[in-house]
Design a protein around this ligand. Structure first.
Ligand code: KIV
Length: 317
């Protein structure tokens, strides 16, 4: 068990600070690493992963004991309000990974490589993967694609950066797929997915996200590969599950996909709080005297005496 903040001394914004506005972050469980994730598959223990993009939510996710925190490029949609994940930039992903890093102590922190950060040439892909580790404190990167990414994945691993693969419905391929469509529904699709999973496994990824894949295909791949499979819309037979944080707490302002389970209603909670604040200010019930700062007794008495003298002077004129 460690009580050392996992970002101690590193350049993502906490160096030299003894206290955070919201309190010290300390680990209360053993640090999750790539070995922990692999061992969980071997012991048939379900692996948990959630996205987070900022200090507050990442802190809650980490403290709840989730194994992996993914700073997903889904932040393009759920945080930045874009229509899809394509516009989010390296700088935006780094910014949010740093914020998340400051909160996460025990979970493994994974940064998602955004569209365009590894598509043009492998050298640039390796450079960007290293930036996530060096400049934002990520412990691994995730990138989308199967066999066509094997060369890049090997080079990123050579640069000592663990890689999480991601196949099936890969949102960065939105235009090529012709929309968000479940993948691997016919025999050629199944064959392609299995080949991609095996290629990623052989390349040495520490886990593979299977998104939007029929349960039966996900189960087959999970049995076939030694890397843990992490499903999202891929049924219960994967080694673990990942969901988007905003989906599970109803903060997406849209109908959830079939595979999403909502565990809370943050939209209602926040909306009620904001309405209540507005009502209280408008009715004069906020702030109360108890919610106000006061002068020390002596200063207040002196001030009252000064005001009285002023009033008397004005009266005498
Ligand atoms: O960006 C993201 O949130 C993801 C997960 C859904 C796997 O890629």
């Amino acid at each position: 068990m460690s009580i050392i903040p996992s970002n101690g001394g590193q350049p993502w914004g906490m160096e030299g600070k003894s206290a955070r506005p919201t309190g010290q972050v300390i680990a209360i469980r053993p640090k999750v690493t790539t070995s922990t994730i692999l061992e969980k598959k071997q012991r048939h223990e379900p692996i948990t992963c959630l996205t987070a993009y900022d200090y507050a939510t990442a802190r809650l996710v980490d403290q709840a004991g989730i194994d992996m925190v993914l700073v997903g490029d889904s932040l393009a949609q759920v945080v930045l309000g874009y229509e899809n994940t394509l516009p989010v930039t390296m700088e935006e992903m780094l910014h949010h990974t740093r914020a998340t890093r400051r909160a996460v102590c025990s979970a493994m922190l994974i940064a998602d490589m955004p569209f365009g950060a590894y598509h043009e040439d492998e050298k640039e892909g390796v450079h960007n993967a290293v930036r996530f580790v060096k400049e934002a404190g990520a412990e691994a990167v995730k990138l989308e694609g199967g066999a066509q990414r094997v060369g890049l994945i090997r080079r990123v691993l050579d640069a000592e950066v663990p890689v999480m693969g991601h196949i099936g419905l890969t949102p960065q391929s939105l235009h090529k797929m012709g929309g968000y469509k479940v993948q691997g529904k016919d025999f050629s699709g199944i064959e392609r997915l299995v080949k991609d999973a095996i290629a990623l496994d052989r390349a040495g990824v520490f886990s593979i996200v299977l998104e939007g894949v029929p349960r039966e295909v996900a189960a087959m791949i999970t049995r076939e590969v030694s890397a843990p499979t992490i499903g999202i819309g891929a049924g219960p037979d994967c080694d673990g599950q990942v969901l988007v944080f905003h989906d599970i707490v109803n903060l997406t302002f849209s109908e959830p996909a079939k595979f999403v389970r909502r565990y809370g209603d943050a939209a209602a909670l926040i909306s009620n709080a904001v309405h209540q604040f507005k009502t209280d200010v408008e009715s004069g019930s906020y702030p109360s005297d108890a919610e106000s700062y006061h002068l020390p007794k002596e200063t207040r008495a002196e001030l009252e005496a000064i005001l009285r003298r002023k009033e008397l002077k004005a009266y005498a004129k």
